[in-house]
Design a protein around this ligand. Structure first.
Ligand SMILES: *Cc1c(COP(=O)(O)O)cnc(C)c1O
Length: 382
């Protein structure tokens, strides 16, 4: 019944975790879910208030414009200018998205012919791979491993792969490894992409979730990046707006035009009231972002300290709300945590084969729950 492209999709490993979790829940176990990358903190009040006001205005009840309202696109351009020093033409270099997943899932359809290759980080956000497969492209996994600071070694991409490579995804601050882009990496990517004629898609969903004074850059800050690439960004993680479905693609006009043409044919844009709320988020005080980072930073410290006391050697992330923990066998580890301690963590292999040997904890639960998780882990033979 299903098309062959459906058969080609990788198995959804997290479904097995969901099953195990449901089984524990029926037994009455108090589950601590550190599995999902979805902020537990609410969307800040001033943003919600802005939505409510805009939702009551009948002018906003119609089909939105495909590319996003001019007011939203200029709010994005101004935010990029203030935050990264990147100048964008709001009309030609900004496109509204229904969350960055929307752009990531559809970009390959605009540029990848059947048989073309897409370079995808492994482990990585699964949609890089599935978007490629829906476009009938081939996936080449670029390993993100500890000894290379979880950054792909571009020289290691085989020559044969480079010949058919059309697109590449990069993602820093990184999900799931929590790594940040080392100095000089984006320069390397721009040179590589120009030499081999590859479109770069930078996924910067976590740029605002950072600690210890770290400020994540935009890929577009690098000279020449605008010629060969775009960046996907989103309000989801920055303002706790994952359910709202709003984000942006910014950068090279021709690339955005291709993505925009696909989207014109599959969706009808973001609800105008949500765009107004997003303008409030981008133009308003950024104290809410600072507060959220302070909360995550405390949780991070508690989890890292606890894990180290348990004997794990683990790095404290400078950004994202994840902790990437090396373990022996990730599925065994995850099953044990869940079945013996009621703790949900994501198995690294669910993000690609190079994620084996790791589990990902999301610090999207209150600090008391993280302390409780550590206490429960003390009783296990891990
Ligand atoms: C959460 C996430 C996204 C998508 O978020 P949206 O809600 O669709 O904007 C994109 N990339 C990565 C790496 C993510 O973790």
């Amino acid at each position: 019944m299903y098309a062959s492209r459906m058969r080609n999709l990788p198995p959804y490993l997290f479904a097995r975790i969901d099953e195990m979790k449901a089984k524990q829940q029926t037994k009455g176990v108090d589950i601590i879910d550190l599995g999902v990358g979805d902020p537990d903190l609410p969307t800040p009040d001033h943003i919600v208030a802005s939505l409510c006001k805009a939702a009551k205005n009948p002018n906003n009840h119609h089909y939105p414009s495909y590319a996003g309202m001019p007011e939203y696109r200029s709010a994005v351009a101004d935010w990029y200018k203030n935050r990264f020093g990147v100048s964008l033409d709001a009309e030609k270099e900004v496109l509204a998205l229904m969350g960055s997943k929307d752009g990531i899932a559809h970009i390959a359809e605009a540029f990848v012919n059947p048989g073309d290759t897409v370079l995808v980080p492994s482990p990585g956000y699964p949609v890089y791979q599935t978007g490629t497969l829906f476009a009938e492209g081939r996936v080449h996994e670029m390993p993100l491993i500890q000894e290379n600071n979880f950054v792909p070694v571009l020289d290691e991409v085989p020559k044969k792969v480079l010949k058919s490579a059309k697109l590449m995804f990069i993602n820093y601050p990184n999900n799931p490894t929590a790594a940040i882009a080392p100095n000089g990496f984006y320069r390397e990517v721009v040179d590589f992409a120009k030499e081999h004629n590859i479109i770069v898609v930078s996924d910067n969903a976590y740029s605002e979730i950072a600690y210890d004074g770290y400020r994540a850059p935009s890929f577009l800050e690098t000279k020449g990046a605008m010629e060969i690439g775009i960046e996907m960004h989103s309000l989801s993680k920055t303002y706790n707006m994952t359910g709202w479905r709003i984000g942006m693609a910014v950068g090279n006009t021709e690339i955005l035009t291709g993505l925009g043409r696909v989207k014109t044919n599959v969706d009808s844009g973001v609800f105008n009231a949500v765009q107004f709320a997003a303008i409030t988020a981008l133009r308003g005080s950024q104290d809410c972002v600072k507060n959220a980072c302070n909360i995550y930073q405390e949780r991070r410290n508690v989890l890292i300290t606890g894990l180290r006391e348990l004997g794990f050697s683990v790095q404290a992330p400078k950004a994202t709300f994840y902790v990437w923990l090396p373990v022996n066998n990730c599925m065994t580890f995850v099953a044990k945590l869940l079945n013996e301690a009621g703790i949900v963590a994501a198995p690294g292999v669910g993000f690609g084969k190079h994620g084996e040997g790791y589990v990902r904890f999301a610090i999207t639960r209150p600090v008391e729950r993280i302390k409780e998780a550590i206490t429960r882990m003390r009783g296990l033979d891990l």
